[in-house]
Design a protein around this ligand. Structure first.
Ligand code: SF4
Length: 247
């Protein structure tokens, strides 16, 4: 794994999902096979495979402190193209420092992660007036998780983290994207842990080879997403949970 400390020029970028996206890292140690952010590699100058390098924006908090003073306040998505709580965050604490700045300045933010390391920052989260924390969970089947997300934390730790956050009255959500085999068991698993659920397919073609090498091509076909998406939507609604299908 190539880890490089870099100085970024800016930290709040425009986002199509929220007003801003904030990425303290370029690259992601979680190395999910379907990762939609792989396209970022061509902007980095890296020759390594996506998942084999991370650039650490060591000046992210300093930049953010300046940018919140001169930019119009808006909701910040943390992060769009990396996991803000990948293992390196334990050492660098860039996400933590950025959260503190957003909270101190009254900015709203949405965290999206696969890691329970977010719980380390609970004291900051509970001080925020407008925060939500989402966990991406694509399946309830740990064997499937291990195939597609080999370096990401186990499903049980993500569910436990959601329980913890939800019990502290922090708004939580689950992003099931891409929908993988075994996702149907998430309906029960997520009950009483989240305020809402999002379903999407994202760019699963990045994982074509993984689907093929494990005999799972059927789960990458349009019909799978179409049928499973509708089934999941109905099942979440039946169990009284807010759910939105984004495709
Ligand atoms: S956690 Fe997100 S950003 Fe990181 S590799 Fe997985 S899909 Fe990509």
């Amino acid at each position: 794994m190539e880890i490089r400390e870099i100085l970024a020029k800016s930290i709040l970028s425009k986002s199509q999902i929220y007003q801003y996206a904030l990425n303290p890292y370029v690259g992601c140690q979680h190395d999910c096979q379907y990762c939609y952010a792989k396209y970022m590699r061509r902007f980095t100058g890296h020759e390594e495979r996506w998942g084999d390098f991370v650039d650490v924006k060591i000046n992210a908090p300093e930049l953010l402190a300046q940018e919140v003073k001169r930019k119009k306040p808006g909701r910040v998505w943390i992060s769009g193209v990396c996991d803000p709580y990948q293992p390196l965050e334990e050492k660098y604490m860039l996400t933590r420092d950025c959260l503190s700045i957003l909270v101190e300045n009254g900015w709203a933010f949405t965290i999206q992660t696969k890691s329970a390391l977010v719980l380390r920052d609970m004291m900051t989260l509970v001080r925020s007036k407008d925060v939500e924390v989402g966990f991406t969970i694509t399946t309830a089947d740990e064997k499937i998780r291990n195939i597609f997300e080999p370096c990401a934390p186990p499903i049980s730790t993500r569910l436990a983290a959601l329980t913890d956050l939800h019990s502290k009255q922090i708004r939580t959500f689950a992003m099931i994207a891409p929908i993988l085999p075994g996702a149907e068991n998430l309906v029960n698993a997520l009950k009483d842990k989240v305020d809402y659920v999002l379903l999407d397919r994202v760019n699963y073609h990045y994982a074509d080879h993984t689907y093929k090498s494990h005999g799972l091509q059927w789960a990458s076909e349009h019909s799978f997403f179409s049928v499973k998406g509708k089934e999941l939507l109905m099942a979440f609604e039946r169990s009284g949970m807010l759910c939105q299908k984004l495709f």
